[in-house]
Design a protein around this ligand. Sequence first.
Ligand code: OAD
Length: 241
Amino acid sequence: MEVLRAAVDAIRKEKPRKIVVLTGAGVSADSGIPTFRGAGGLWRNYRAEDLATPEAFARSPLLVWEWYEWRRSIVREAEPNAAHRAIASLAKALVVTQNVDGLHQRAGSQNVIELHGNLFRTRCVRDDSRRDAIHAFGDLPPHCECGALLRPDVVWFGETLPEGAFARASHAVSEADLLLVIGTSGVVFPAAGLVSLHDGLSIEINPQVSAISSACTFAIAAKAAEAAPAIIEAIHAGTDR
Ligand code: OAD
């Protein structure tokens, strides 16, 4: 593939060291986790306003939790794919993800900023205390020991990102020698805005044209699990790992 070869050549030439990987739902598509937009996307079959807003949760915590338990069960069964593993092999890279599935960490990435939270953590609606919640809940909606409702510790539409997460991500993106953008439609802000903060080599991997393809130096039209290992191998070849 012509673009992939050109991107590999650019990596060989520039030998990037400071690397940020920005990911979206598409990086987990090859693990069998549905994306949000496009064919088979969650927002094709469900309305975000009914399931992923604070208002929806206030209206029906049970409905929202049933949907999250279904998503949690899909992710629990899934395994990281070749793209997650290749990304994890970049031990010094920063991964900035919009995903809430935790698959980057399960693949071994240690330096991950989760812009939209994590499906396997809850938050008490009374005092905001967070805790890990890996297993399925027996009763829905789940409650905190204090009696208040628990909510998934994810960012819903209309909410702000976790404190400091965007600032840390922006700083790293603006300092990076290489930005890899994998599997995001680039339409949800502020995450999508990170691409415009980067100056220099940027490589997108996405089988479709996204809203940020034209902002990237190279846009490789391929699946993450197919193209990411080749791109990342080229990065390793230029450094001593
Ligand atoms: P989207 O569902 O909007 O976009 C997924 C992107 O992945 C699309 O551009 C697809 O073309 C691409 N894609 C599909 N299969 C792929 C594959 N095998 N390899 C690589 N790319 C592939 O997901 P996001 O951009 O992550 O927010 O969506 C951003 C945010 O919108 C999500 O974090 C979520 C959602 O509403 C919240 O819940 C706050």
